[in-house]
Design a binder for this molecule. Structure first.
Ligand SMILES: [Ca+2]
Ligand SMILES: [Ca+2]
Length: 160
């Protein structure tokens, strides 16, 4: 009996450590089940808003912001979330609207420094691609794309 209790406690400890302390509540049908990572919760939308700003405002309603992938582990985690979903275009925080080629997180103004661009990106196509998304069709690598979500069904990832 002692042994079973011990094994149970070990499993429980393991499972608790996997969630890394974050308790992520469901945000309803507009988002997939949240994924915990390093004390944060990541919500992938199930619907397409009109543009980058609207996406960010939905994240703010959850108490967060568009996911700011500011280290390699976090980027890899976000890419795994996209790859395990059925959504192709998933926006994250990041824009070079203020100055072409200078990628920042608009919320804080901080420079982005972790990039995993798809080959031949960023290309600033037609001079209007100023927002970043992860692209499932290309191993969830980054692409610069229009900030108005009018070309394709576009989703987004929140960090809360
Ligand atoms: Ca651009
Ligand atoms: Ca592009």
């Amino acid at each position: 009996m002692m042994e079973y209790t011990l094994i149970f406690l070990l499993i429980l400890t393991y499972l608790t450590s996997q969630t890394q302390g974050a308790v992520c509540n469901s945000a309803g049908s507009q988002f997939s089940s949240p994924r915990p990572y390093k004390g944060k919760c990541y919500y992938l939308s199930t619907f397409s808003p009109r543009n980058y700003e609207e996406a960010n405002s939905y994240c703010e309603k959850l108490g967060g912001y568009l996911a700011e992938l500011d280290d390699w582990d976090e980027l890899r985690f976000a890419q795994s979330v996209v790859m395990s979903s059925d959504r192709d275009i998933v926006y994250i925080a990041g824009s070079d609207r203020a100055q072409e080629g200078k990628w920042i997180f608009p919320r804080t103004g901080k420079a982005m420094w972790v990039f995993d661009w798809k080959v031949n990106e960023p290309n600033n196509l037609d001079n209007v691609e100023n927002c970043v998304h992860l692209w499932k069709s290309y191993n969830a690598k980054m692409n610069d794309y229009i900030c108005e979500f009018t070309k394709q069904k576009s989703y987004f990832l929140c960090e809360v």
